[in-house]
Write a protein that binds this ligand. Structure first.
Ligand code: HEM
Length: 394
């Protein structure tokens, strides 16, 4: 029998979803949640099983696929299955491998971190807010570079990204959200009108160049650029603040990584597991099936709750603890299967090797400032909206 969780309080999940995840998991790894009109999959193995079988579990989720197409101008790779997905995904993979990211983008990422460190220092240890002064603009600048969108400011990138994210989630058809999303679409399209012909003649290492020179129809190029604007900024931004938040609460682990910088990659992965910036994404069954003993009729919408899977006690010992020395390193923070995040090396290098280590190198004693209020929000996308920080000296 399918377990039903009619007690789920979505407002409470927006504040902090982790108690809800524990209660859901206690009911079963696949539970029907009427308030969300979907089944939530909270077990690690069950989430992996869904991602390993795109024939049974499609990414082309009815309602949300149509909304995403409306928000981005056409359906992007994220709402397609192979082989159509692979056609759009394959062109961007080579430029986002570790070696390519180090060669083409690491110097830019370092420059962007240095630029924003000046802003942070200027604010000073009594007024600095890490999200506004560093994390958001660094993530925006890095994405401007990866996408190869010259003349786009970090402010524009942030505005577009927020407008697309709101549009992609606008299942309730809110007119104001569509108006902002349409403005962002028009502005991005104006940039692309000039850029795409130029990149056809002069290819460069950017993602936009890879897409436009792969022979894809132009609406597909434009939709995937907009998908990347919506998906490639918020999560790196949240990872920067999450890492500082986690290390501030665990000073012994902070001291260990500062003494041994080879540990930064473990800190990055553990923060991504412990506080996953993407908590959930959807899939839909294409036929009647059974997942972890739960019968799912064709057309069942699933929420793949990687934020919960990353705290599954069947896989992680004391999953509620932030422990950068844990031996289980594999997590689902970047998803898995064919949609595994293509930007994972860009995030590991841009955030885990550059933005956060340089912050600690530049500001001795960096820590969250407990004199001022911090704020978290969200569960599908979760992150700090305010993170006051301080450091020693002025
Ligand atoms: C720490 C930072 C990041 C996290 C946690 C993250 C997480 C994810 C996850 C979980 C997915 C899979 C969603 C699904 O299957 O429905 C995904 C897909 C995607 N991400 Fe990321 N991401 C990050 C950074 C980036 C960056 C920097 C870029 C841009 C270069 C990017 C671009 C994309 C794209 C284009 C997809 C769609 C892939 C496909 O459909 O094949 N992400 N990301």
């Amino acid at each position: 029998m399918t377990a039903t969780a009619d007690w789920v309080d979505v407002a409470a999940m927006l504040r902090d979803p982790y108690d809800t995840y524990d209660r859901l998991r206690a009911q079963g790894t696949v539970v029907r949640v009427p308030a969300l009109r979907r089944h939530l999959v909270t077990g690690f193995a069950a989430c992996r099983a869904v991602e390993a079988d795109q024939v049974t579990y499609t990414a082309d989720v009815g309602g949300s696929g149509a909304t995403m197409a409306r928000a981005l101008g056409a359906k992007p790779m994220l709402r397609k299955d192979d082989p159509a997905h692979e056609t759009e995904r394959a062109p961007i993979n080579p430029g986002l491998r570790a070696k390519s990211v180090r060669a083409s983008w690491a110097p830019r990422f370092a420059h962007n971190a240095a630029t924003q460190l000046d802003v942070l220092r200027e604010r000073g240890p009594d007024r600095a807010e890490l999200n506004r002064d560093y994390a958001a603009p660094v993530a925006a600048r890095n994405l401007v570079d990866l996408l190869g969108l010259p003349e786009v400011t970090p402010e524009q990138m942030q505005r577009w990204s927020h407008a697309f994210i709101a549009g992609v989630g606008n299942l309730g058809d809110d007119a104001d959200i569509w108006a902002r999303c349409d403005d962002a679409q028009r502005e991005v399209d104006e940039h692309l009108d000039a850029l795409l012909p130029h990149l056809r003649r002069h290819p460069d290492p950017s993602m936009t160049s890879a897409l436009v020179n792969a022979g894809l129809p132009e609406p597909a190029v434009r939709a995937n650029v907009k998908l990347t604007i919506s998906g490639g900024m918020n999560e790196p931004q949240h990872m920067i603040t999450n890492m500082v938040w986690a290390l501030s609460r665990h000073p012994e682990q902070r001291d260990r990584v500062l003494a041994d910088p080879s540990r930064w990659s473990a800190v990055f992965d553990e923060a991504l597991r412990w506080l996953s910036p993407i908590g959930m994404y959807p899939r839909e069954t294409t036929r009647d099936t059974v997942l972890d003993g739960v019968e799912l009729p064709r057309g069942t919408v699933l929420g793949v709750v990687v934020g919960a899977a990353n705290r599954d006690p069947a896989v992680f010992e004391h999953p509620e603890r932030f422990d950068t020395a844990r031996s289980e390193r594999a997590h689902l923070g970047f998803g898995s299967g064919v949609h595994l995040c293509p930007g994972h090396w860009a995030a590991r290098i841009g955030v885990g090797e550059i933005a956060v280590p340089r912050l600690y190198a530049a500001l001795p004693g960096l820590r969250t400032d407990t004199r001022r209020e911090e704020a978290w929000f969200g569960w599908v996308f979760r992150g700090l909206t305010d993170l006051p920080v301080t450091w020693d000296g002025s």
